[in-house]
Design a binder for this molecule. Structure first.
Ligand SMILES: [Zn+2]
Length: 275
């Protein structure tokens, strides 16, 4: 566990500095995209008190925080409209087909539609389309507020990462080993995100690709410190970046330089820019 201490200290530092300007100066090569995305926020109401989940100010705060994560590539997100869905049966989704219904009933073209719901079955905090910016109909993000440890801004930033083509740091069933030998071809295919064994072990010593519903977050992080003790096949300890926005851990700090580069090039390469 000794090896984990420097990483943890580094993460704490990254999270407590005035984030955006410092991150910006870490890499001068990021293209500045100068793009503000219009976002339509859809809010359901709770079935008991029939109140919308967030007030207008809270929505603005959330969007400001999300935008700060993307500031190094000069992307921002602005809530141009808030739509309150009074039909409370959309709050806790039972049948995933109801998400399609939400798109048809309330979705609007030429903006990013973000739905903030109660519960979504089998969703791991939310649902989005990977590289949705390149796809007609990809501009829908669904977030859940129940059974999710993440704060909403971090959760939305995570799904925007998917929207611009990033994978989870623990993506896929093949194990990324610690010394980076296979970092370019497995998991998120990005080498400046350390290998992340989330979901690959259920018990110490047992490699297994675990179904999302069976993964216990508490086996991996406590107070944003990585505590899992499995070794990789070469006998090395994992030291994932628990603050990475594309990890599963509820400790969102930021993206890496390679993730920024991939998102900006994906945005520029996208043939379907609906905004
Ligand atoms: Zn994800």
């Amino acid at each position: 566990m000794k090896q984990l201490a420097p990483l943890f200290i580094l993460l704490v530092c990254i999270c407590t500095v005035p984030a955006t300007s410092q991150l910006h100066s870490l890499d001068e090569n990021h293209p500045c995209l100068e793009k503000t995305f219009p976002v339509l926020i859809h809010l359901t109401v709770d079935s008991t008190d029939r109140q919308q989940f967030l007030g207008d100010m809270q929505v603005t705060d959330m969007m400001n925080k999300v935008s700060s994560f993307f500031e190094p590539i000069c992307m921002a997100f602005e809530a141009c409209e808030i739509n309150v869905i009074e039909n409370y049966t959309f709050h806790n989704i039972v049948d995933p087909l109801r998400l399609e219904e939400l798109k048809i009933l309330f979705g609007k073209p030429r903006r990013l539609n973000v739905y903030i719901l109660g519960d979504i079955p089998n969703a791991s905090c939310g649902v989005s389309t990977t590289y949705g910016i390149n796809e007609k109909g990809g501009e829908y993000i669904f977030l859940e507020t129940e059974d999710c440890e993440d704060e909403l801004a971090g959760q939305l930033a995570h799904h925007l990462g998917h929207y611009f083509g990033l994978q989870d740091t623990y993506h896929g069933s093949t194990l990324e080993i610690v010394n980076d030998a296979n970092c370019a071809v497995v998991a998120d295919s990005i080498c400046d995100t350390p290998s992340d064994p989330f979901g690959k072990y259920r018990d110490v010593g047992d490699y297994e690709d675990v179904q999302p519903g069976l993964i216990e977050m508490i086996e991996f992080v406590q107070d944003c410190e990585f505590i899992h003790e499995n070794l990789d096949p070469n006998g090395n300890y994992y030291q994932p970046d628990v603050g990475n926005i594309m990890s599963a851990y509820p400790c969102r700090c930021g993206f890496t330089n390679e993730q920024f580069r991939k998102m900006s090039s994906n945005y520029l390469l996208s043939s379907h820019k609906p905004y």
